[in-house]
Design a protein around this ligand. Sequence first.
Ligand code: ASP
Length: 322
Amino acid sequence: MPSGLPSTSPGTLPSTIVILGTGGTIAGAAASTSDNVGYTAAQRPVVDLLAALPQLAGQAIEAEQVAQLDSKDMDAATWQRLARAVARQLARPEVAGVVVTHGTDTLEETAWLLQRVLAPARPVVLVAAMRPATSIAADGPQNLLDAVAVARTPGARGVVAVLAGRVHAAAELRKVHPYRTDAFDSGDAGLLGVVEEGVLRRFRDWPAGEPLGLGVLDRAPADWPWVEIVVSHAAARGDAVRALVAAGVHGLVVAATGNGTVHRELDAALRAAEHSGVTVWRCTRCAQGALVGPNRGPAASMSPWQARLELTLSRLASRGGG
Ligand code: ASP
């Protein structure tokens, strides 16, 4: 039990929930309680966020600060540390589930990384907030309570995210709004469920799958493959792709227009890049849906940033160069 938390009577609840703190707006602070945008992310330790929730008193809860950053700055070293911490906690038989406090900006990338690497049989619940902890109407405390409720729910599994009472699967999670508290969406697949007064109401099957395994992240961050995203748009040019290839990029994800179409100038540069050994994956720049027909490929249903991560993991897993 971290200091500052209500004490737990041993034996009241057999299952332990571990909260791993990584920062974000949920741990952010502003000078004024009415300021929801001029704040600094990642200021409050995770134990403080928990100590502010008397509703958790008496529950078996542990906390660990894995990182303290604005998730716009998420990096490979932090991902390694987080994935290892999650795996370590899930290996303890008394742990029912893990909650990760995180920023919203790259929440979907971390969710996908943890799902692909660990595909956990117990719940790993990512939680975030759009308003800082100092806000007069902070959303973090309720989101954190909801996340703990989900992590405690028997049968919950896989990596999910909980915000604004809505539960999203890692695969479908998309940040769709820069400001409102209900900033995430699950597109065509829909929500996994909702949390109502601390009770999870499920709508569909929860994430499953084969994990790549923690070893896929073993390579030193400086040696991770370099994968970039390029976007097809009106008046696109091939120069950026040629510059990336000249600089040694290993993989490219093209966020294509519509159903996977790419501007002819960019397409020519991408074909040349492929010819020189660079892996090129295609996904859509549309906010929802998946590529249908001949342009389908490994990233057909992924967002550009999810595809970038997936291609990175695939190269790490193949243990090839770059
Ligand atoms: N920049 C913040 C972060 O991602 C935004 C947030 O958490 O809402 O850490």
